[in-house]
Design a binder for this molecule. Structure first.
Ligand SMILES: Nc1ncnc2c1ncn2[C@@H]1O[C@H](COP(=O)(O)OP(=O)(O)O)[C@@H](O)[C@H]1O
Ligand SMILES: [Mg+2]
Length: 220
């Protein structure tokens, strides 16, 4: 079953007096359990697409349906709930809070979500192979380790869909592959649906579906 359906999505950004057509008539079905990789050069619209799909950005035309419900019918509260409970986010930069430990960074997300489930944090640390480093501060961890913590943090609400925007963008190929292996494990073992964008084709081998985005259009 499609968990997310996108029909004829168009997105424009104003630049000065010009309306730039960023996403051009994008249609796409994402099924539960997909690990979809969207690849394209810098500036092709990948981040904009992820923001539109996850309702962080408004679209100009088209339809986005999540589990059968059209999100244009959602009020702000329902959109906020969607981002908080149904979607998880991982970015190129880890955005960890520097004066909190790895454990506390995840705990904070857990508290914000009113989850009060500290056992869950230990499970998440284990899942991302970071138990040993739970009391380390972000600046004491490598980039790959910080990204593992950011991934654990994204999972505190048990999202159905994880949006990952260049999660390996700041890592060398070896560390990048390790992050992709972790995402694969989450996809296979936790049945997490993942939508990843990257400019690096080498990472697509981890995905079970791939799409090329060039200049705002799907090609090939
Ligand atoms: N907030 C914005 N306002 C105006 N133009 C934007 C904005 N965000 C992105 N763009 C433009 O949209 C295009 C696609 O950007 P982006 O989605 O970030 O591409 P990618 O993630 O593939 O590098 C680029 O030309 C960029 O300059
Ligand atoms: Mg981008």
């Amino acid at each position: 079953m499609a968990i997310l359906e996108i029909k004829n999505l168009n997105k424009y950004y104003k630049q000065g007096k010009e309306q730039n057509h960023i996403l051009k008539d994008i249609s796409l079905n994402i099924n539960e359990g997909d690990f979809l990789g969207i690849v394209g050069p810098s500036g092709s619209g990948k981040t904009t697409l992820l923001y539109c799909l996850s309702s962080l950005e408004k679209i100009d035309s088209g339809e986005i349906t999540i589990e059968g419900e059209n999100i244009k019918d959602f009020d702000n509260q329902k959109l906020a709930d969607l981002r908080k409970y149904t979607f998880g986010f991982v970015f190129q930069f880890y955005n960890l809070i520097p004066n909190l430990t790895a454990y506390e960074n995840i705990l904070l997300a857990n508290v914000i979500a009113n989850n009060n489930n500290e056992k869950k944090i230990d499970e998440l640390l284990e899942l991302v192979s970071m138990t040993k480093y739970k009391d380390y501060f972000p600046n004491e961890l490598s980039g790959g380790m910080q990204q593992r913590i950011a991934i654990a943090r994204s999972l505190v609400n048990e999202p159905k869909i994880l949006f990952a925007d260049e999660p390996t963008g700041n890592l060398d190929q070896k560390k990048g592959n390790e992050i992709m292996e972790l995402l694969t494990k989450l996809n296979v073992e936790k049945k997490l649906t993942i939508i990843l964008v990257t400019h690096n084709e080498d990472y697509l081998k981890f995905c079970n579906r791939t799409i090329n985005l060039i200049d705002g259009e799907f090609v090939g």
